[in-house]
Write a protein that binds this ligand. Sequence first.
Ligand SMILES: *Cc1c(COP(=O)(O)O)cnc(C)c1O
Length: 421
Amino acid sequence: MNTNLYREAQRYLVGGVNSPVRSFKMVNLPPLFAKKAKGKYLYDYEGNKYTDYCLSWGAIILGHNHPIPKKELHKALQKGTSFGFCHLYETRLARLIQQAFPSMEKMRFVNSGTEAVMSAIRVARGFTKRKFIVKFDGCYHGHSDSLLVKSGSGLSEIKESSSEGVPTEVISQTLSLPFNNTEKLTEIFKKHGKEIACVILEPIPANMGVILPHETFLFTIEKLCKEYETLLIFDEVITGFRVALGGAQELFGIQPDLTILGKIIGGGLPIGCFGGKEEIMKHLAPEGNVYQAGTLSGNPLSMRAGFSVLHFLLRYPSIYTSMRELLKDFQKEWQRKKLPYTLSVFSTMFSVFYTSKEVDNFHDAQQQDIQAFQKIYKKLLENGILFPPSCFEGCFLSMKHKAKDLEKIIEIFCDNVKNIL
Ligand SMILES: *Cc1c(COP(=O)(O)O)cnc(C)c1O
């Protein structure tokens, strides 16, 4: 960890970082400065090489600096970096996305997941002419005002804001409920159903650690939304092209009204996308009166990097099978070793919860032993394993990870948990 680079960064950048998750505050370490990354490895300025399970927060699935997006970006650079006008690759990327996400009849590209969520909610409110939105504690949907509600605190479903600078009035139309809790949800719908514009969720939450959704919970959401004509929004910024080509909606056979994508679809460049039923999306400007715009939206570099990666994924879907198999074996081995922490696995993502109990929602995730996490985190780093520096974030595989990489994680846990417990 290079404290000099950090000190220099702090002179100009707030906290030395451009996103608080990079601060390593939770593990009491200075932030990591990446020098370069290739395949499953990320290198720092001290000459350390880490096997990366953060993968730009799930955005990298082919492995870092893969020749496919790299070649495409080289070509794109010959033509210009931003046009401010329409170009072919917007259509091409959209076509590929629709192949995997048929529920996205019409879509729009933006520059981040945050932006996509914010605009999708505006469309949902414009379409339904209703004001309430329902979200779930611990699900992350970016940092727009109306979604920054404090999770897991307070008994009422209307919560305090989790950030200063967001007046209570701004979040007074946001209801936040515990994930996987069908009763609470049904209750809210009985009370407010006809005023709820949309329910937004990460169908497989990965921002409070990876949480497995109860099928009955997802199907109840779907049913209630239909019954009350509330729009169902799946935030698949992580799960899209990650848990399967068609995301959680493909796996659960649920057709949300609107879908949010980001991360993987940009091939490592900034992107966000929202889309869904045509009758809803047509309310967006210029066809309708819900305003939304973006100077760099549909940027040719993001479009082409994303296009090349999705093209590869659609052509070689077997990479998902291989990654899933690796994690299945990892899970078996974890159980065989009787490690005292809960390992949660879904498809190509996983997380360790530093508790022996099952973790079903944000409240459960908060019961983790943070000190144990901090100690193990350092051991992992010392052994060249890079997890996200928070026990509320998911870990991801790329197609470059191998069985022996995962075996090494088990080894480190086995060697250290006894000392730590
Ligand atoms: C990362 C993420 C976002 C926000 O995307 P940004 O590009 O960081 O703004 C939204 N929703 C989910 C589920 C995410 O994981």
